[in-house]
Ligand binder design. Structure first.
Ligand code: ADP
Ligand code: ADP
Length: 231
């Protein structure tokens, strides 16, 4: 469902060029769970940002559901991001002044639907993450684990083709983190495609594929069971 070919991305820092991604090739099929691991500076965030249409490669191609998206205009890319991508950030990135339900419904503002329909989808997404009774709470009235559930509900509610998560347990204690990981396990069992960046090997090992980046290159892949395609 998604394919990267010869992806390269460099950042210019004054007279120096930092190569963040170099000749990255990757295919991910619908329903897979994939963890990107590697040391700090390896290129994980850059890759996740490109996969999530938050950034573009300098060269190479990115196909999502058969459509070439690396060459789209800024507007079209934003549209793809809104329709196809659910992003879960490490620090949740919730709007502080509005309720959990409003936070979850927010990305749907860009869809042609009536508010009642938007809130119905948001309510369902909140129920899916176990927070049916917390829709009226503000983010400050929720625990860290509940905030992360709201962020996951927001990512889910537009029915994206892929869920991307950047260190989804990074700000949580281990018990809360475990509950969030179980939620991701359930989402994968439901057929969602989940891609995450993590520095914790126990987190990575719950994913079907663990891809290691080093100096901007994909250097190895480990498969944790299942019938997977070799790279
Ligand atoms: P990781 O997420 O694995 O820590 P990143 O993708 O953040 O790695 O970074 C990859 C490389 O690109 C690093 O050398 C980093 O310093 C550099 N880099 C990332 N973002 C920028 C930026 N906005 N400007 C300049 N260099 C950057
Ligand atoms: P808040 O409680 O955040 O100030 P409102 O007073 O606007 O929000 O709405 C009360 C609650 O009803 C909110 O949690 C909001 O998310 C929800 N809500 C608002 N509009 C609708 C709607 N059209 N359909 C369903 N629920 C809605």
């Amino acid at each position: 469902m998604l394919e990267l070919r010869a992806i390269r991305k460099a950042y210019r820092m004054g007279s120096e060029t930092v190569v963040a991604l170099d000749d990255v090739n990757l295919q991910i099929h619908r329903g897979q769970s994939v963890a990107f691991v590697g040391s700090s500076g390896a290129g994980k965030s850059t890759l996740l940002n490109i996969l999530g249409c938050l950034d573009r490669p300098d060269s190479g191609s990115y196909r999502l559901n058969g459509r070439r998206i690396d060459a789209l205009s800024e507007n079209d890319l934003a549209l793809v991001r809104n329709r196809e991508i659910g992003f879960v950030f490490q620090n949740f990135q919730l709007l502080p002044r509005v309720s959990a339900l409003h936070n979850v419904a927010q990305p749907l503002v860009y869809r042609p639907m009536k508010p009642a329909e938007r809130f119905e989808l948001a309510r369902r997404a909140l129920a899916r993450v176990g927070l049916a009774d917390r829709g009226h709470h503000l983010p400050t009235q929720l625990s860290g684990g509940q905030r992360q559930r709201v962020a996951i509900a927001r990512a889910l509610c537009g029915q994206p083709s892929i869920l991307l998560a950047d260190e989804p347990t990074g700000n949580l204690d281990s018990k809360t983190g475990e509950a969030i990981l179980r939620l991701f396990d359930e989402l994968v069992a439901d057929g969602h495609t989940v891609l995450m960046v993590t520095h914790e090997s126990e987190v990575a090992d719950r994913c079907q594929r663990v891809l290691r980046l080093s100096d901007g290159r994909l250097v190895s892949e480990k498969c944790n069971g299942g019938d997977l395609h070799a790279r």
